[in-house]
Design a protein around this ligand. Structure first.
Ligand code: SUG
Length: 419
C-alpha cells in the first residue's frame, strides 16, 4: 500500500483535569480550578476521530499514560500521598492527550536514509509535561517498530523541544519530498518560549534532512505573548498550503520568500490582523485546525466549534470558502473539554506519513474499534474531577482501573508501555 498521512490522536485520559499548569496557555490558566469531565472529554475525542474516518482519512491512536506518574514522583523522593499539591497535579495531568507534542516526524521522502524518523519531544519547559517522554517513547517504539522507521530519544535538556506543534511540512503530495519548517521561539514577553532553535536543529540533523530544504523560522514574540505557546496555535500547513496569521512569525517576509524559492507552487493563505485579531485567532483556535487533503484531492479544515462561535473568524472562513481560496471544506468538531486546557483539534493529533501495513495494528482504529474504546470510556472514565479531589485515593484508584481496562481491551500489556 502507498504511504498515506495517518492522524494519531491521543485518547483523552481518565485523569483529565483543570489544574492551570501551563503558564502562557491562556485557556488553561483561565480554567484553573474548574470541574473537568474526563468521560465527556474522551468521548469528544472519539467523535473527532469518527469525523476524520467519515472524511475518508486514516486514523490511529496513542494511549493515555499511567497517572499519577509514580516513577516521576519516586525520582523526586516522594509519593502521591505525601507530595505537595502542585507535584500531585503535575504527576496527574492527562497532558499526553495532546499528541502534537509527542514527537517531531519527518516522513521517509525527506530523509537521507529513506526512513520515517520520529524524535520524541522532551517537553522540558513545563514540569507536568517533562515526564511524558519515557512513556511516549515506549509507545512510539511499539507502534513504529518496523524497519521503515527510526525512533529517536529526546534532545537533551536544557534545549526545549515540543515536537510537531512547532514543525510544519509542505510537499506537493504527502509521499513526495517536502520542505520542513521548524518554528522556534526566542522571547515570549511574559511567557516562556518553549521551542528552542538548538533543539529544532538537532532534530533536523538526526532525521537526516536536506539542509537546502529545511527552514528554521522564529515565531513572533507578539504571538507568544498573546498566548500562542506553540506555533500550531497561529499556523498550520498541509500539502502546498500554508495557513497562518499575519503576526505568526518574527520575519514573515524573508520566511515567505525562502518558501516560495523552495516551493514555487506554495499557496500562502494569510489571515490579516485587521480581519481576525491575534486574540480572536488564539481564543477560537482558528489555526489549531487539521488542514487535510481529502480523498478527492480537496483541502479541508477540521475546526473546533469555538471557531464557528467567533464572528470575525467564522465570517473570514465563509468569505474564504465562497471565494477562490484553497480551503474548500470546513468540518466543525466539538472538543471543548480539551480546548478549555488549550488543546484544539490539531493539538490532539500527531501526523505520520506511512504505509499503514508497517504500523503495529493495535495503534490503528476503524469505526468498530472506536466503538469498543467508547464503551470502555463510558464504563470506566470518571464523570467529573474537581480540584479538591485530586488528593483522593479513591479517585486515583478509579483512574488506574480505567486505564487498565482500556489497555486490556486493546491488547496491550502495561509492562511494555512504561518506558
Ligand atoms: O502544553 N495544556 C497543554 C496544551 C497543549 C496544546 N498542544 C498544542 N498546541 N499542540 C500545554 O499547554 C494544560 C494542563 C493543565 O493545566 O492541567 C496543558 O498542559
Amino acid at each position: 500500500m502507498p504511504r498515506v498521512e495517518i492522524n494519531f490522536d491521543g485518547i483523552i485520559g481518565p485523569s483529565h483535569n483543570y489544574a492551570g499548569l501551563s503558564h502562557g496557555n491562556l485557556a488553561a490558566t483561565r480554567n484553573q480550578g474548574a470541574v473537568s469531565q474526563p468521560r465527556a472529554a474522551a468521548l469528544q475525542g472519539i467523535a473527532k476521530m469518527r469525523a476524520n474516518l467519515a472524511l475518508g482519512l486514516t486514523q490511529g491512536v496513542l494511549l493515555p499514560h499511567a497517572r499519577p506518574d509514580h516513577r516521576w514522583l519516586d525520582s523526586l523522593a516522594t509519593d502521591y500521598a505525601e507530595a505537595a499539591p502542585h507535584l500531585q497535579a503535575q504527576a496527574l495531568s492527562a497532558s499526553a492527550m495532546w499528541a502534537a507534542n509527542a514527537a517531531t516526524v519527518s516522513p521517509a521522502p525527506d530523509t537521507a536514509d529513506g526512513r520515517c524518523h520520529l524524535t520524541v519531544a522532551n517537553l522540558v519547559t513545563m514540569p507536568h509535561r517533562s515526564h511524558e517522554w519515557p512513556e511516549t517513547l515506549a509507545q512510539l517504539r511499539l507502534a513504529f517498530a518496523h524497519d521503515a522507521f527510526r525512533v529517536h530519544g529526546p534532545v537533551p535538556a536544557p534545549f526545549g523541544d515540543e515536537g510537531a506543534a512547532n514543525h510544519m511540512r509542505l510537499a506537493p503530495e504527502h509521499d513526495a519530498p517536502g520542505v520542513e519548517i521548524f518554528v522556534y521561539g526566542v522571547s515570549g514577553g511574559p511567557f516562556p518560549a518553549r521551542q528552542h532553535r538548538e533543539a529544532s536543529m538537532a532534530v533536523a540533523r538526526r532525521h537526516g534532512l536536506d539542509p537546502e530544504r529545511t527552514l528554521f523560522v522564529e515565531q513572533s514574540e507578539e504571538a507568544i505573548a498573546a498566548g500562542a505557546f506553540h506555533n500550531d496555535v497561529v499556523a498550520v500547513a498541509n500539502a502546498n498550503v500554508l495557513f497562518a496569521h499575519e503576526l505568526a512569525f518574527a520575519d514573515k517576509d524573508s520566511f515567505y520568500a525562502d518558501l516560495r524559492h523552495l516551493m514555487p507552487r506554495v499557496e500562502i493563505v494569510e489571515v490579516p490582523a485587521a480581519e481576525v485579531s491575534l486574540a480572536d485567532a488564539i481564543s477560537s483556535y482558528l489555526f489549531n485546525a487539521q488542514l487535510v487533503t481529502l480523498p478527492g484531492g480537496e483541502t479541508g479544515l477540521i475546526l473546533p466549534t469555538e471557531a464557528r462561535n467567533t464572528p470575525s473568524v467564522w465570517s473570514w472562513l465563509q468569505r474564504h470558502v465562497a471565494g477562490n481560496g484553497p480551503i474548500r471544506h470546513l468540518e466543525v468538531v466539538d472538543v471543548r473539554e480539551s480546548m478549555a486546557n488549550g488543546g484544539g483539534p490539531a493539538c490532539l493529533r500527531l501526523r505520520v506519513v506511512a504505509d499503514p501495513a508497517t504500523i503495529d495494528p493495535r495503534f490503528l482504529v476503524d469505526s468498530a474499534k472506536l466503538d469498543r474504546i467508547a464503551a470502555v470510556i463510558e464504563a470506566h472514565w470518571p464523570a467529573a474531577i474537581a480540584q479538591d479531589q485530586i488528593g483522593d485515593p479513591a479517585l486515583i484508584a478509579h483512574i488506574a482501573a480505567a486505564r487498565a481496562a482500556l489497555l486490556d481491551a486493546l491488547g496491550f500489556d502495561p509492562a511494555n508501555l512504561s518506558g
